[in-house]
Design a protein around this ligand. Structure first.
Ligand code: ASP
Length: 331
């Protein structure tokens, strides 16, 4: 992974002699932040990205000494919320907390109203979350093998919920349909928070979603679970087999999350935000809550702008040939 740093070139002469030309973010450094910060979640409230963001935002707010407000801008697989941030002022007051969709969107969408690769600065990675394959509680299967049988028999009569093209639930659903070699009927939502409500009421049949949204529903019996999509079992769901154990070898998806700012945000602001993120990720209450939800924070080194940028770029490069080969575009 190559490190690329982008800093605006400010000549020494200009800096010394023409202070009025110094960009606003640089002038604001000393006092940043001096007003509330908004983190846009590009999915509906109540879903897994929202849950992670709210936990992190609360502690960052204490460290930064300013309110950190979470705003949900769901729709179009996360691209509407991402666009809002890419087009916001790069002053450190509008941020984005997004997931693996930042790696897949540049290839899945060939026409976007914003630059999905160069429109952002990175602040730090946050967490990597396993997914689970789940169904409404009266789905007529009791394990993954039986579920696969039902999917093959009922095909498009099975409704598969997701959070739109580019969402983690969409990618996981594509992998599932390809592994099972059948086509289901996809039902897109603005996020898997509302999709979960419909799964619990039985309006849709199945879904792939992060443990941060599914662990409690699985453990309370509100939904049925068939597998976790990681190589090893999850401590919060110890009885749930891995997809490989349950009959789908190599079926592995996990969902990394990161915090972003609009392109052009000054590096001093990015570093201040990264320090606040690191404080949040080593908070004992946050770690305990993450563990209950089947996940864990990344290391302090991973919660930095440079590490995050390298990781994100590698993920964009990883997905491009896969998506091109599949020919599965959103537009
Ligand atoms: N879990 C969702 C997804 O499919 C997004 C969300 O609602 O947080 O990517």
């Amino acid at each position: 992974m190559n490190q690329i740093t982008r800093r605006s070139a400010l000549t020494l002469a200009a800096a010394l002699t023409i202070p009025a030309l110094v960009p606003a973010p640089l002038r604001a450094q000393g006092t940043y932040p001096n007003k509330p910060i908004t983190i846009i979640v590009p999915f509906a409230a109540g879903g897994p990205t929202d849950v992670v963001t709210r936990l992190v935002a609360e502690i960052m707010s204490r460290d930064l000494g300013q309110p950190v407000v979470v705003e949900n801008v769901g729709g179009a697989g996360g691209t509407l919320g991402a666009q809002r941030v890419a087009q916001a002022r790069p002053d450190g007051y509008t941020l984005l907390l997004h997931h693996i969709g930042m790696g897949t969107t540049p290839s899945l969408y060939r026409r976007l109203a914003y630059d999905a690769v160069n429109g952002f600065e990175t602040v730090g990675l946050v967490t990597e979350v396993p997914m689970t394959i789940i169904a409404k509680k009266d789905f007529p299967a009791n394990n993954l093998a039986e579920m696969i049988q039902v999917l093959r028999e009922r095909k498009q009569n099975v409704n598969l919920a997701n959070a739109g093209v580019g969402a983690a639930s969409h990618i996981c659903g594509l992998l599932l349909q390809s592994a099972v070699q059948t086509q289901l009927t996809t039902v897109p939502y603005r996020g898997t928070g509302p999709a979960m409500t419909d799964l619990i009421s039985g309006t849709v049949d199945i879904m792939c979603d992060q443990t941060t949204n599914t662990t409690q529903q699985i453990n309370s019996g509100a939904v049925k679970a068939f597998a976790v999509t990681t190589a090893t079992r999850n401590a919060a769901l110890p009885n749930l087999p891995t997809a490989a154990e349950a009959g789908l070898p190599g079926f592995e998806v996990s969902v990394w999350h990161g915090l972003y700012a609009p392109k052009g945000t000054d590096s001093a602001i990015l570093n201040r935000l990264s320090r606040a993120l690191q404080v949040a990720l080593r908070d004992e209450r946050l770690m305990a809550r993450f563990a209950e939800l089947g996940t864990a924070p990344v290391s302090q080194e991973q919660a930095t702008p440079d590490y995050h940028r390298r990781y994100w770029q590698a993920d964009v490069a990883k997905w491009r040939p896969i998506i091109q080969a599949a020919g599965q575009y959103a537009d």
